[in-house]
Design a protein around this ligand. Structure first.
Ligand code: APR
Length: 230
């Protein structure tokens, strides 16, 4: 089966009611990254950071996958599919996708504040400050903060290098190293971009721009790919 790789960002979950980061009214308009999404923020005011991610978790648990998530899950009927997502929600999985790489972690799990490899499922929406890992350190959200390593990046780069078809949707490509992944996709490979605001992708060849929302553009594209039986 042909290998399709899809790189997604916050925009794919926007129509599920989860805010993006950099659109107008995006999350980073209401919060300073330095206050809630860095190791220094956790040192300074862990409760504020915990509260921020507790709110994100509450929103994610209340949200439902949308037509774009479901269409991407359907692709597995005919293709070898890997979704690489920058999103910390679990909507791809809840829509039925079975092969999802979470570059920036996942909000439904917690992580030891001294060993990032120790992660645990979270019951419900709230992670409390008195909950600790097996080493006795407080638990934080299992997300990658600004200034932290992205442990999955090399694996993701290899997946992109092996792609035979590539789809990019719902990301402004503002954050590295995730944004650099598109350059691992071979030049001869067809690359579809589905976004109402197509991000700048200089030096990229074989690009098809589909300038529309994910819930419209992705189901249409999936239908076309499945009919053409690549
Ligand atoms: N359908 C498709 N795309 C959409 C939609 C939609 N309905 N609505 C908005 N978008 C697009 C925007 O045009 C933009 O290109 O989604 C993108 C959102 O970009 P960002 O807010 O920058 O989100 P993302 O690229 O996922 O951010 C990357 O930044 O703060 C960090 O760790 C966080 O993983 C996140 C990373």
């Amino acid at each position: 089966m042909k290998r399709i790789v899809i790189l997604t960002g916050a925009g794919i979950s926007a129509e599920s009611g989860l805010k993006t980061f950099r659109d107008s009214d995006g999350l980073w308009e209401g919060y300073n990254i330095e206050d809630v999404a860095t190791p220094q923020a956790w040192q300074r005011n862990p409760q504020l950071v915990q509260d921020f991610y507790n709110m994100r978790r509450k929103d994610v648990l209340a949200a439902q996958p949308n037509a774009a998530h479901y269409a991407l899950a359907k692709l597995e009927e005919q293709f070898n599919v890997t979704i690489i997502t920058q999103n910390i929600d679990d909507l791809h999985e809840r829509a039925g996708s079975t092969n999802v790489v979470h570059l920036h972690g996942i909000i439904t799990r917690s992580q030891s504040s001294i060993n990032p490899e120790l992660t645990y499922p979270i019951e419900g929406w709230e992670l409390k400050m008195n909950e600790v890992c097996e080493l006795g350190s407080p638990l934080r959200a299992h997300v990658v903060w600004f200034g932290e390593d992205v442990p999955m990046i090399e694996y993701a780069a290899k997946i992109c290098a092996d792609a035979e078809l590539f789809i990019l949707s719902g990301t402004s490509l503002a954050v590295y190293p995730a944004a650099g992944l598109i350059h691992y996709v071979r030049s001869g490979v067809k690359k579809y971009i589905v976004d109402p605001n197509i991000p700048a992708v200089r030096r990229l060849t074989n690009v098809v721009e589909i300038q529309t929302k994910a819930t419209i553009g992705i189901p249409d594209l999936v239908e076309e790919l499945m009919l053409n039986k690549y």
